[in-house]
Design a protein around this ligand. Structure first.
Ligand code: GLU
Length: 305
């Protein structure tokens, strides 16, 4: 059923060496933007512009129950306050659900997905799905939809973190693309939209490193081109936790964008940029941008918010 993308140890560098670059910033509005999100926005923007590339903004809001009131507005205000200049209208995934449904149909026609009726209780604490519903040919209505995975090593070369690999069959099992409550999973929406927006380079937080093999697998099954990935080290709070809504990360204070921009560039270990308007600071940061300076770790040590 699956092409053998090889069990070999060779590792994909992602993408062809094309001379165009399309990047993006794709926040989920599950809380207001915090300093960690700013680091991702700045790095994705500077990296795109330093490669004379395009940069899009996409709001990843398919998980409606997790949307935090006011956070979409805060994201849009932040884009303005930091004077980022996206190259297209900002898109919202919740307006695109029919597109993701069509892709599920396409996968269904190729026998790559199936409906799963396993409840949380049945799944228990087992993190690897053993394929209970794989051959049951259940109707799709009101069931979770899972993507079949194969017993293959998937390996990619992250621009910062080096080689990363996973065998989805052994480590995860067939995974959910659409939940029983109808919510489209992030893994599906991100892959489809990166493709439809012609994205070539993904720059995002290292908390998503372990999701990448799932996305590469899905993209391969859909015959989408490979992407290049760069996963940035995460800013932590003083308890050693990554900044997130769950641990009450402070919302970016948009009355001081230049100071925050300077701190984000310093967290990325880029050469000093003098305080100025955000737009001028970004220009200077782009001119000096060098990913060799970014710490090749998954956590930023000594930067506590
Ligand atoms: N929406 C995801 C998040 O905010 C990021 C998606 C991505 O960059 O691939 O965590």
């Amino acid at each position: 059923m699956f092409n053998d993308h090889s069990q070999s140890l060779s590792c994909s560098k992602g993408g062809k060496n094309v001379d165009f670059y399309v990047g993006r910033f794709a926040p989920s509005p599950t809380g207001p933007l915090h300093f960690g999100s700013l680091i991702t926005a700045v790095a994705s923007y500077c990296d795109a512009r330093a490669h004379s590339g395009l940069w899009h903004v996409r709001i990843e809001d398919t998980d409606i129950p997790r949307i935090y009131p006011g956070s979409e507005e805060h994201i849009l205000q932040s884009i303005d306050a930091f004077q980022f200049e996206p190259d297209s209208e900002i898109i919202f995934q919740k307006d695109r659900l029919n597109i993701y449904e069509d892709v599920i149909q396409q996968l269904h026609q190729n026998d790559l997905v199936y409906a799963c009726q396993c409840t949380r209780k049945i799944l228990g604490s087992n993190h690897i799905y053993v394929g209970t519903c794989r051959d049951l040919a259940l109707p799709f209505k009101d069931q979770a939809i899972r993507l079949k995975v194969a017993d293959q090593n998937i390996c990619f070369e992250d621009r910062l973190q080096g080689q990363h690999r996973s065998n989805l069959h052994n480590e995860l099992g067939d995974f959910v693309l659409k939940r029983r409550d109808g919510i489209i999973n992030y893994q599906l929406a991100v892959v489809v939209d990166d493709y439809l927006q012609d994205v070539t380079h993904v720059v995002r937080g290292a908390d998503l490193l372990d999701n990448t093999e799932r996305q590469i697998w899905l993209a391969r099954l859909l015959h989408y081109p490979e992407l290049k990935y760069m996963h940035l080290p995460l800013a932590m709070n003083d308890q050693g936790q990554k900044l997130s809504k769950q641990n009450m990360a402070q919302a970016l204070d948009l009355s001081h964008p230049s100071e925050l921009l300077q701190q984000a560039l310093s967290a990325l270990n880029q050469p000093i940029v003098e305080l100025d308007t955000p737009s001028n600071m970004l220009k200077q940061a782009i001119a000096q941008w060098d990913i060799q300076h970014i710490p090749k770790t998954t956590e930023l040590s000594g930067i506590y918010l």
